[in-house]
Design a protein around this ligand. Structure first.
Ligand code: SF4
Ligand code: SF4
Length: 389
């Protein structure tokens, strides 16, 4: 790992100082041993609050490794997005410990590849596929989605043999809002010049906030804020200004992080991650203390700006907020091969960057292999050089 990605003393203390995956897995095992069921999820549209309200632990199952893809391609088409192939490959090779530990799966009708893949795994564990309407501006879409959210509550109650009350849901909403607000406060330290937090540090923290119990996560995040305040007091760029990059597009993790690594190796800094693997699922909170907490949950989740929505105009507002806060010098839009919705929408992002934002734009289409690293280096290198000169 490039040392420039770790320019400060660690934010996360020794007790968590293991790889994020191992740390989350160990905690999940402990939670299961303590009697808490695990609910596997694949998307930011799955309302975490309902899982917490059921006393269960949400666990993300999207996979980001090239390793199981050849096996997945014996069943799935090779030209499908690597995220779907990787997730499926881990399941059919029985090598995903998180899937193994999941008691239930909550899926949703987002992109075509994902929803058809869900059909292939639907008989392995009890699974609910939420119908997600993709025209968020239609009033009927909201009503349909609200029905899906109610269906999820009923699914959890029946599968786990319990009752979820409005009070449970309200408490989970408040808990989730607190976690999101603290996380955003931490992510906000990237607005400094130079940024006081790196994408790796944010990734490590993001991995913890779903599985670990609320008290522990809150005290961890408050401790991190103290450390960031210290960094802010000693902040001194020394005239070393690097190009600030906002990365947009598909969720990125694991083998796709090569793009972040190239940006940092070429002396750019990732200051904002627009995708679901970054700030998108955390950017907004749920309205508290309403007469129908399920409706409040449904409203907030249907507002998420994923490219499976049409039109996805909420994405402009969200990107505008990110740009105002993190002041990037350019946008790098990363599309996973086979992801048609983000790929087509990339053209709109490019036009928006040029016409509305006045920011240089570069689109990178990639997968989880190493084959295109040199090409990515050349293209990102040219963009950063153009901005510097
Ligand atoms: S990009 Fe869309 S489909 Fe993928 S995880 Fe995010 S919200 Fe879900
Ligand atoms: S990256 Fe695109 S194709 Fe892949 S799962 Fe997400 S929305 Fe679907």
């Amino acid at each position: 790992m490039n040392n420039r990605n770790r320019p400060f003393s660690p934010l996360i203390d020794d007790e968590y100082a293991d790889s994020p995956g191992r740390r989350v897995l160990a905690r999940l095992q402990a939670e299961k041993e303590a009697g808490r069921p695990a609910v596997g999820i694949y998307c930011c549209y799955a309302p975490l609050e309902l899982i917490w309200a059921a006393g269960a632990v949400p666990v993300g199952l999207c996979a980001t490794s090239q390793k199981p893809i050849p096996k997945a391609e014996t069943i799935l088409p090779a030209n499908l997005c690597p995220l779907i192939k990787s997730s499926f490959g881990f399941i059919i090779t029985d090598t995903c410990p998180f899937f193994k530990l999941s008691d239930l799966i909550v899926a949703e009708t987002t992109c075509d590849g994902k929803k058809k893949m869900f059909e292939l795994i639907s008989d392995i564990k009890p699974m609910l596929t939420l119908e997600l309407p993709q025209t968020p501006d239609y009033p009927a879409s909201f009503l349909r989605w609200l029905e899906s959210v109610r269906q999820m509550k009923a699914f959890l109650e029946k599968s786990l043999n319990l009752k979820i009350t409005d009070q449970d849901i309200e408490a989970a909403i408040k808990e989730a809002n607190q976690r999101r607000s603290l996380f955003l406060e931490i992510a906000g330290y990237a607005r400094y010049e130079p940024p006081l937090i790196t994408w790796i540090e944010l990734k490590e923290l993001a991995a913890l906030i779903g599985v670990f119990p609320g008290d522990e996560v809150r005290s961890l995040m408050l401790n991190i804020i103290e450390k960031l305040e210290k960094r802010a007091r000693h902040n001194n760029s020394g005239g070393d200004r690097r190009v600030r990059v906002m990365v947009t597009g598909c969720p990125l993790g694991g083998d796709a992080e090569k793009v972040y690594q190239v940006i940092e190796e070429l002396d750019g800094r990732v200051v904002a991650q627009e995708a679901c693997s970054g700030l998108k699922p955390l950017w907004t909170n749920i309205v508290e203390d309403t007469s129908d907490p399920l409706e409040a949950i449904a409203r907030r989740y249907l507002d998420l700006p994923c490219s499976c929505m049409t039109p996805n105009t909420r994405r402009w507002r969200y990107m505008g907020d990110l740009i105002e806060k993190f002041k990037p010098d350019c946008i790098i839009d990363v599309v996973l091969s086979g992801c048609h919705t983000y790929n087509v929408e990339s053209h709109l992002i490019k036009e928006h960057a040029k016409n509305e934002l006045g920011l240089p734009f570069l689109k990178i289409e990639t997968d989880y292999s190493e084959m295109d690293v040199v090409q990515i280096q050349v293209r990102i290198g040219a963009l950063l050089e153009m901005i510097r000169t």
